[in-house]
Write a protein that binds this ligand. Structure first.
Ligand code: C2G
Length: 139
């Protein structure tokens, strides 16, 4: 059984996330997602809309995902790869070159990011919509 792992925050889940999870799963038979905890998000300077518990429940509902584990630090990947006997580590294009040190332990595959969508763009769109509603109400 070929085991694949990927990591991320996966906040306000969108088709870019689904694309990477689908393609990652296609590379093997079993996909583990290292999901950034709220505490680790702080270290990544990210504030997620959904809590770890909510993001975990959402990911566990996706057919490509076989197991969700907490990502608490930058330094757990080697141990995760060994513990879960991972064959392939996958990340999106924005991480190209950042995890080459893992090549000693497993295959590293970087997949192109999905263009035109991000959690940040979703949040900005919602903020803009809110401002428009508030300004319409206050007219
Ligand atoms: N992604 C993508 N296309 C997008 C947006 C995201 O392919 N339009 C990919 C990212 O490249 C990443 C995964 O989806 O591989 C999760 O993205 P984030 O939730 O933003 O995760 P990130 O903050 O990049 O955390 O240790 C690794 C970090 O935890 C990665």
């Amino acid at each position: 059984m070929k085991k694949v792992i990927t990591y991320g925050t996966f906040d306000t889940l969108h088709h870019g996330h689904i694309n990477i999870l689908r393609r990652a799963k296609k590379l093997g038979d079993y996909l583990i997602v290292g999901l950034s905890t709220n505490k680790f998000n702080k270290i990544k300077h990210k504030k997620s809309v959904y809590s770890y518990k909510q993001r975990k429940a959402i990911l566990e509902g996706i057919k490509y995902v076989d197991l969700v584990i907490p990502e608490n630090s930058w330094n757990q990947k080697i141990n995760d790869i060994k513990t879960h006997k991972i064959d392939i580590f996958v990340m999106g294009g924005d991480w190209k070159g950042k995890f080459d040190f893992l090549k000693k332990y497993c295959k590293v595959v970087i997949l192109p990011r999905t263009k035109g969508i991000s959690t940040t763009s979703i949040k900005n769109k919602l903020k803009k919509k809110n401002r428009k509603i508030l300004s319409d109400i206050s007219l």
